[in-house]
Each structure stands twice: as C-alpha cells, then as structure tokens.
Design a protein around this ligand. Sequence first.
Ligand SMILES: *Cc1c(COP(=O)(O)O)cnc(C)c1O
Length: 345
Amino acid sequence: MLELEKWVRPNILRLEPYSSARNEFTGVAAVSLDANENPYNTPYNRYPDPLQKALKKKIATVKGVLPEQIFLGVGSDECIDVLYRTFCVPGQDNVVAIEPTYGMYKVCADVNDIEYRPVRMNERFDFDVETLLARTDAKSKLIFFCSPNNPSGNCLSAEKIEEVLRRFAGIVAVDEAYIDFSSRPGFLSRLDQYDNLVVMHTFSKAWGSASVRLGMAFAHPAIIALFNKIKYPYNINLLTQRYVSDMLDRYDQVRAWVKELVALREVLRGELAALPIVREIFPSDANFLLVRFDNAPAVYSYLTARGIIVRNRHTVVLCDNCLRITVGTAEENRLLIQTLQTYPS
Ligand SMILES: *Cc1c(COP(=O)(O)O)cnc(C)c1O
C-alpha cells in the first residue's frame, strides 16, 4: 500500500504550494487581467499551463498510462532532482544505486546533501539483490536503477528489479532513458502493481529532442501530485510543450529512427570487433556501445585529435580501458571505423 507518510519528507507533506494565476482560474477567459501579462505578442505573452494538461493527454496515449500518472520536468535531470527533494531529508537520509551508472544520481545526492551508497555490479554489469538490499537501512528512501544502463548499455534483470520493488520499503526509481532501443518491455506496465515505482523516460534520446529539455516521470497519482506541488510553477515553457506535441504526431518517424539505429549498432559492433585493438564489446540494448580497447586513453586521444569525440569511461568503476561510443549515422560510423583502422597498433 501507498505509505506516503513514511516515505515523504514531513515538510513536503505539509507544504502549501504556490498558487499561480493559471492554477486559480482554468476556464476559458474572455478577458485575462489576472497575471500581469502584456496583452500583446500572443501567444507567448501568456503564462503556459502549469500542469501541461493537453500535452500530458497526448503522452498518456502514446505511453499507455493515465495523465495523472505523468510528471513533466526540464529533462530527466529535473525528475531525478524532484525525487530527492520529495523523499530525502538533507543530512539524514540516504539512497542506494548500482555502480557504474548515470552520474546525475550522485551529483543530485551531493547537491541535496543526501548520502549516496553505490553498490558495485559484477563484471557482466549484473547486480545481486541481497548485496543491494544489505546496503539499505531505515534511512534509505530511494533505490536508483538505470535500464538499459548507462554506460554499460545492458538491460538489468526485470525479475531482480521486481524483487527489490517487493522487498524494499521505499521508492524504486527505474530510469529508462534508452528503453526505446531495447526489445524488452520496460516497467510502465507495472505501475498499477507497485505503488513505490517511479519510471523515468525522456525526449532526449530516441525522440531526437535533447535540446528542448523534456523528461517524464511516471508513478502513482499521489506521488505525481507531490512532484507537482514542489516544482517551479511554469517549469515547461510553451515552446517546448508545442514542439513536443508536434513530435508526438511523428511517432512513426521516431520508430523508423530507432529501427535504423539498432541496425546500425549491430553493423558497428561487427566492424569494431574486427579491429585488432578492440578487446571486448559489451551487449547493448541502447544507442551506444561500451567498448574495451587495449589502451583506451591512447585511442581516445587519437580520435579526438582527428575530430571524432567519444566518451572516455576509462576511470569509471569496471570500465577500465573502455570508451562509450554513440551510434551515429552510417557515414559517421564509417568515419569512426576508418580512423580506428589507421590507428598504429
Ligand atoms: C541521457 C540520459 C538521460 C536524459 O536526461 P535528460 O535530462 O532527459 O536529457 C537520463 N538518464 C540517463 C541514464 C541518460 O543516459
């Protein structure tokens, strides 16, 4: 059952949120003199809908959830931050996460003065449920999973995540930024089953819209209501709401991009595997490959000097001598491979 009193910061439970002009009157106005807006320069003179109702209705249809189960943030990054600010008391609570994973979970923990407890995965980037749960205590409010995981690229075991959802007395956040590239179903369909589940998606990757900054969190309506209570009133601007609404009408295009990128990923995998300097390529359900080289820092410098930028993960736990390579266009991937073929081995 939903145990909000146990999970949520007491000050957030008590909080009386800012009530904006757009909150207090939501009907259709003949004359709007309530928000001190300039009457000229329509439509951008008006404050946008603080709850993005029209956009959420469209997203709900595409994702197969209810509008009340959706929170929209300025990127997933805002969704991550709002999780901390809703559930974790600074200087007191802690969160547990797999390691290695996306860096923002730790940065947000540090900003909010929350203890961050990484649990190292094994060499195949798989985690052990008992080891993970053993790192939790009464002050553990959140567990972060990233599936497919960044930087490793693999999906985590859905059975293991479900076991954690059942056994952990706190919130389990599953970041599915790359789920569109995976053949696995993801966790949205389990929202009705687990009150403590928060799933995160983004328009930054498969949807080709990283620059407009729109991220989504999906959860029980009572959790979404808390997120709405503490967010900045007009966090999602009208330009973004309109742009993303148009993108949602282009879902067929997005699916075509995904299909092509997944095919290009496998071509790239084959070409990389044929290079003598490549030691290992990890399985990927995402639009990137984690690749182990004989000497990753040297390969990284070689590529950078030739204008090809990949992500050096050499200093990350379990990723020694690894570069994370995003799947580009066929032409970009060809340039990468050609350049690597000239690397003096
Ligand atoms: C890229 C990425 C995101 C996207 O973040 P935005 O703020 O939505 O751009 C989220 N999570 C992971 C793991 C990522 O790699």
